[in-house]
Design a protein around this ligand. Structure first.
Ligand code: ADP
Ligand code: MG
Length: 224
């Protein structure tokens, strides 16, 4: 479902090049739930943005859901993201000037005439937010905001859910609620790649990969 082949990502900065990913080979099977761990700055978020087509590799190839995304145009990647990928971030990334329902509908590709509003409302109801549809993010708790972000991620029935420290800003109870939603997605056949620092969060995955300095660590000498 996800395949990285010798993937390198170099960011050009005024202070020189930053090699964020350095020759990553990775395979995640369809329906697999993998957690990603490693110290701050080791390349976890970069790995996720490349897997989701938010950025392109400097070299190497990436295939996700049967599509070679490394070489796509940005328009093709945008379509790929809308159809195949759900993203959840630590800081939720909700739009402050939109209400809850509108925030979820952001995931709907423009011009699509269908039942998106009903699907969005149904997801928000499932996540206990039925009476919050017209509230704005500033009126919600952190846990509620992340449930809105989760509804947005799941609106179009993605094949892959990419979650970057989704519980990093949540209390234990809210975190459990978000992770339950991830579990539901996985049980329904979805593929999950989830970045976390927390044992309780990563423990739900079937497999954990460890990164350090832009490389994958062999399981045996992985340092937490
Ligand atoms: P992590 O998520 O594991 O903390 P990141 O993938 O965010 O790591 O970053 C990996 C490395 O790439 C870090 O050294 C970081 O400073 C650098 N980096 C990330 N994004 C950029 C960017 N847009 N421009 C320049 N350097 C970046
Ligand atoms: Mg990160």
């Amino acid at each position: 479902m996800i395949r990285f082949d010798k993937v390198t990502k170099v960011y050009k900065t005024s202070h020189g090049d930053v090699r964020a990913l350095d020759g990553i080979d990775l395979e995640v099977a369809a329906g697999e739930y993998v957690s990603v761990r490693g110290p701050s700055g080791c390349g976890k978020s970069t790995l996720l943005s490349l897997a989701g087509g938010l950025a392109t590799p400097t070299s190497g190839s990436i295939e996700v859901a049967g599509e070679a995304i490394g070489q796509m145009t940005s328009a093709a990647r945008a379509r790929f993201r809308a159809e195949k990928i759900g993203f959840v971030f630590q800081l939720f990334h909700l739009l402050p000037y939109l209400d809850v329902l509108q925030n979820v509908l952001v995931a709907e590709p423009a011009g699509k005439e269908d039942d998106a509003r009903e699907r969005a409302a149904a997801l928000l109801t499932k996540f206990g937010l039925a009476d919050r549809l017209t509230h704005h993010p500033s009126q919600l708790s952190a846990g509620e905001r992340q449930r809105v972000a989760m509804a947005r991620a799941l609106l179009n029935g993605p094949a892959v859910l990419l979650a970057d420290e989704p519980t990093g800003n949540l209390d234990a109870e809210s975190a459990a609620g978000v992770l339950d939603a991830v579990d539901d997605f996985h049980r329904a056949g979805g593929t999950v790649l989830l970045v976390t620092h927390e044992d309780a969060t990563g423990g739900r995955a079937q497999r954990t990969i460890y990164m350090r300095g832009g490389k994958l660590q062999p399981q045996a000498d992985a340092v937490r």
